[in-house]
Structure formats: structure tokens, C-alpha cells
Design a protein around this ligand. Structure first.
Ligand SMILES: C[S@@+](CC[C@H](N)C(=O)[O-])C[C@H]1O[C@@H](n2cnc3c(N)ncnc32)[C@H](O)[C@@H]1O
Length: 199
């Protein structure tokens, strides 16, 4: 296991990504191709920035990546990639939709790699992860274009199925993704919803 982790850590370093979590997005993107040239991408829980950088490269200069995180990120710009705009804020804040919409009204893809600060109590952590994932779905209701996609991290456990069912009601196709780069002992999985059925 440690060998596998070292492999992704080294790979991220070599490819100039600040975190190996980038491969949890790359694997799904290579299989399902939900990020496309020119897309507007909202990256929730974006720091230290790997997913934003990867998405900016995929969508290219005609696209835009807007990221939100509790932690501050330094402004970066990457050649032949989309502009990246990062906000330091809480996705649970009630003003967050208005704040995001000042930069971009709606998006073709919403990503969330948000992880709650772990408490040591598995049940509490899982419920917090679900609350954050539910918030991502709520934000999608306001910020995601019809036909758009979400890719959201959730800790599996009680009420996980109920969350997946709520995604199924709003998206044409739903996949549960457990990337190879995600530790097998971790309960994190990613829910991919493609083809948003905007009410
Ligand atoms: C696993 S990291 C994301 C890694 C990122 N995808 C990357 O590839 O660099 C999870 C992030 O979620 C952020 N986070 C947790 N709760 C949040 C909240 N309520 N609002 C915004 N960001 C949050 C944390 O600050 C942390 O930076």
C-alpha cells in the first residue's frame, strides 16, 4: 500500500501538481470525459490546487476554473490553460452563491474533493462528509447548467445510498468511482452525476 502511495506522490511531484489527489480526478476524467474544452468549472475544496490545475489544462484557455476553499491559495497562472480564480471561503456560507456568480453565472461542471476535518469518530466524520456533499448538490441547483456534471467526494456509510438516490433523481447517468489512487482502507468514494436534469 505504502508503495502505491509513494508512486502517486512521486508522480504528482514530477508532473508539477501540489497534491497526489489529482489522480482521483484524472482517472475518472480519462474514463468518462466529463470535463470538456471551453467548460466553466467550479472546484469546491480546491486547495492546494491540483484539481483546479488539472481542470484548467483540460478545459483550456477558452474555459474558466473558479475554486473555493477555507484555505487561502496564491494566484497562479498556467500557460495554455484556463484562468483560475480562487476564493477563500466556506461553501456552507449563505452568501456563497452570490459571491461565485459575481465571477461566473453558471458552470458546466462542479467538482468537490471537500473533506471535513476528521474527528476520530467515524460516524460523525461520515455525517459531516454527507452534509458537505448535500450542500454541493444544493449549489448545483443554483450554479450548474442543464446537461452539466458533478464529481463529488463522499465517505461511504449510513445514508450514503440515500445521497446517491438524490443524485440519481437529478442526473441522467450516475457512477460511483473508487479511483486506484484512493487508499483502499479509506471510505472515500466519488459520485459522478452526468447530464443534469435542471428542473
Ligand atoms: C482533500 S483537500 C482538496 C484537495 C484538492 N482537490 C487538490 O487536488 O489540491 C480538501 C479541501 O477541502 C477544504 N474544505 C473543507 N471544508 C470546507 C468548506 N466548508 N468550504 C470550503 N472548503 C472546505 C479543506 O480546506 C481542504 O483544502
Amino acid at each position: 500500500m505504502r508503495k502505491v502511495q509513494d508512486y502517486y506522490f512521486k508522480k504528482a511531484k514530477k508532473e508539477n501538481y501540489p497534491a497526489r489527489s489529482v489522480y482521483k480526478l484524472e482517472e475518472a476524467q480519462k474514463k468518462y470525459r466529463f470535463l470538456q474544452t471551453g467548460n466553466g468549472v467550479l472546484d469546491l475544496g480546491c486547495q492546494p490546487g491540483s484539481w483546479s490545475i488539472y481542470a484548467a489544462r483540460i478545459v483550456g484557455p477558452a474555459g474558466l476554473v473558479v475554486g473555493v476553499d477555507l484555505q487561502e491559495g496564491k494566484k497562479i497562472s498556467i500557460a495554455k490553460a484556463a484562468e483560475i480564480v480562487w476564493f477563500c471561503d466556506d461553501i456552507m456560507a449563505d452568501y456563497i452563491i452570490e459571491k461565485i456568480q459575481k465571477t461566473e453565472k453558471d458552470f458546466q461542471t462542479i467538482l468537490s474533493d471537500i473533506a471535513p476535518r476528521t474527528s476520530g469518530n467515524k460516524w460523525v466524520d461520515q455525517q459531516q462528509s454527507l452534509n458537505l456533499a448535500r450542500r454541493v448538490l444544493e449549489l448545483a441547483g443554483e450554479l450548474l447548467e442543464s446537461g452539466g456534471n458533478i464529481y463529488v467526494k463522499v465517505f461511504e456509510g449510513e445514508d450514503f445510498r440515500e445521497f446517491v438516490d438524490s443524485v440519481r433523481k437529478s442526473f441522467k447517468t450516475v457512477k460511483i468511482v473508487k479511483p486506484k489512487s484512493s487508499r483502499s482502507e479509506s471510505r472515500e468514494v466519488f459520485v459522478l452525476g452526468m447530464g443534469y436534469l435542471k428542473p
